[in-house]
Design a protein around this ligand. Structure first.
Ligand SMILES: Nc1ncnc2c1ncn2[C@@H]1O[C@H](COP(=O)(O)OP(=O)(O)OP(=O)(O)O)[C@@H](O)[C@H]1O
Length: 569
């Protein structure tokens, strides 16, 4: 519980003052809640002294009324200070996270992790955002309430205060056990939830394949199993949680009884006046209120587990932690003894090559030989296991991701377009791009005509992944984006293989516009497209087995010659 308070305070940053103010107000609210019991004591004392009269009624009424008003004002001000802070803190956290996530290694975005990340960003953060501050408020009010009650009893009689201290300690022991159980089970429950989110995302994303291959039964079975696992985790949570909660509730009962018993005992032995015995016996029932309130605050247990998961993601090491903003003047690309594997087995093996700036280098080889991996390493989507990748003589690990990627345009084979207008999909290639610049880029990318023919032209909203456009159209839009970015290095996963001849011609023209004067690295599937390359690297099983121009390789590399023959005869 205190860990939860500490964590929220740790996240509060510039909003800390508002929270501190709320704590002070909670203190006064708890103090005000004890006014009725003080008034009861006053009434009893005046009755015993025989002084009870009209004045006593006015004083009692005024006291109770003032207490209630003070309490309401404190609660209102506490809410004002506390409630909006949760949304403000997590709005800031989300923005920071969005900024950091760009600098995470690509391994972070594996299929396995995607359900987990989605669940944390949507479920976990939203939960803490919605319930965190409210919970924090209830916890502080309850704890302060227990503290004030104890001090109140201590002033009146040390033995009664001692009885409260012992039973409250027992209560907190049971409460801690309940919290431990809840934390463990909330973690299991959330894990099951994350798994379910991942399975559901995969199920929905794979729907075309599911339908085409009639796999509905199989995929649905996996999803149903994960739903069942979540239900089991939820039931287990309730079962394990109920026992320590019952014990904690019993302890509140024990606290009431012990305080009443000691009051009676001390009173009978002349250690306390009767009005005090009565007032404190009534007050004993008040003691239970903050304790019971604490037991009923279940949200912080879930919020605590949510914050654990959020912390794990937040603490993912950034790739460019030690990187500096570097302004490059030269765009030669060098691999020096680079070895890399996505897991234990190496995909790129001790590879070295030099790409002079403003030249075109083509990577060729069989599927799976490592061509895309080389491109991924140049853009630092992944880090090498050993060896260095440098641009213009600077090790790319010495640069921030931002300053590296400023110099690089990547055109992927599988184009991803956002669920937004065509204009915005292209414009994000360059900060503050104007309409004229976007249109100019589209003309060069040979996509202006088909965009203009659409009913809403550049304002047409395309579905997520660009699903309302053909493959060739999506390719040309992504090339327009790269033309607009105008980066000195272009990494191109050439995708003309699956495109019809008309589109292929357009795309080729678009590519020619994009790469003018650039350092170009192209993954070539059709050798006819890279005959003009300054350098061709023949890749086999993660190694360069031949390098040279097209005509040189035709003579020196049997693998290249073989590939050429296959495609052209
Ligand atoms: N994210 C990844 N995680 C694990 N293994 C991967 C990942 N991406 C690629 N691989 C593996 O690394 C090897 C090289 O893949 P890469 O995509 O670089 O080949 P490629 O030559 O570009 O293939 P293609 O021409 O079919 O696109 C393959 O065995 C592939 O299965």
């Amino acid at each position: 519980m205190f860990k939860f308070i500490k964590r929220i305070m740790g996240l509060s940053g510039e909003y800390r003052k508002k929270l501190d103010r709320a704590y002070v107000l909670s203190f006064f609210e708890s103090l005000a809640s004890n006014v009725p019991i003080c008034m009861l004591l006053y009434v009893l004392m005046t009755i015993m002294d025989g002084n009870f009269g009209k004045n006593s009624i006015i004083i009692t009424f005024t006291g109770i009324f003032a207490g209630v008003i003070l309490r309401m004002i404190c609660r209102y001000l506490t809410d004002i200070n506390q409630s909006g802070v949760g949304y403000e803190i997590f709005a800031r956290e989300r923005m920071n996270f969005g900024d950091r996530i760009k600098r995470f290694p690509m391994g972070f975005f594996s299929e396995d992790n995607i359900g987990n990340v989605t669940s944390v960003i949507t479920n976990d953060i939203s939960f803490v955002e919605e319930h965190g501050m409210d919970t924090l408020g209830k916890i502080t009010t309850s704890v302060i309430g227990i503290g004030i009650s104890f001090v109140f009893l201590l002033v009146l009689n040390i033995w009664v205060a001692l009885a409260m201290a012992v039973t409250t300690a027992l209560f907190f022991a049971a409460f801690a056990a309940a919290h431990r159980v809840a934390s463990e089970e909330a973690a299991n429950q959330q894990e099951a939830q994350n798994k379910l989110v991942g399975t559901v995302i995969e199920y929905i994303k794979g729907m075309p394949v599911v339908k085409a291959f009639n796999l509905a039964g199989k995929s649905h079975k996996a999803t149903s199993e994960d739903f069942l696992k979540l239900t089991e985790a939820q039931i287990k949570f309730e079962k394990r949680f109920s026992m320590p909660v019952i014990v904690a509730q019993c302890m509140t009962g024990l606290c009431i009884s012990a305080v009443i018993f000691i009051c009676g005992y001390v009173g009978l032995n002349g250690g306390m006046e009767i009005p005090f015995v009565i007032a404190m016996s009534v007050f004993a029932f008040e003691l239970a209120a903050p304790m019971l309130a604490l037991i009923n605050i279940t949200a912080f247990r879930v919020a605590d587990a949510s914050l654990d998961r959020y912390d794990r993601i937040r603490q993912t090491e950034l790739m460019d932690n030690s990187g500096k903003t570097v302004k490059l003047n030269n765009f030669d690309i060098d691999f020096k003894n680079v070895t890399f594997g996505y897991n234990e087995s190496a995909v790129i093996k001790d590879m070295s090559f030099h790409i002079p700036q403003h030249s075109m280098t083509a990577l060729v080889g069989k599927s799976g030989c490592g061509k895309s991996t080389i491109v991924n390493l140049i853009a630092r989507f992944w880090d090498t296991d050993s060896g260095t990748v440098s641009i213009g003589g600077t090790d790319i690990k010495a640069m921030t991701t931002e300053s590296l990627l400023e110099n690089i345009s990547v055109v992927f084979q599988n184009v991803y377009l956002f669920n937004d207008t065509i204009f915005n999909n292209i414009a994000f290639g360059k900060k503050g791009a104007t309409k004229e610049e976007v249109i100019e880029a589209c003309k060069k990318a040979r996509c202006h005509e088909f965009i203009s023919a659409l009913e809403n032209s550049y304002d047409t909203v395309i579905g997520e992944g660009g699903s309302t456009l053909s493959g060739g159209e999506k390719q040309r839009i992504s090339i327009a984006r790269a033309i607009l970015k105008d980066a000195p290095i272009v990494l191109l996963d050439e995708a003309t293989a699956s495109i019809d001849p008309d589109n292929e011609a357009y795309i080729q023209q678009a590519i020619n516009e994009m790469v003018k004067g650039k350092t170009l690295v192209v993954i070539a599937h059709k050798l006819s497209a890279i005959m003009e390359a300054d350098q061709i690297l023949m890749i086999e099983d993660g190694q360069i087995t031949a390098r040279g121009t097209h005509s040189q390789l035709l003579h020196s590399s049997s693998a290249y010659h073989e590939l050429w023959k296959k495609q052209n005869f």
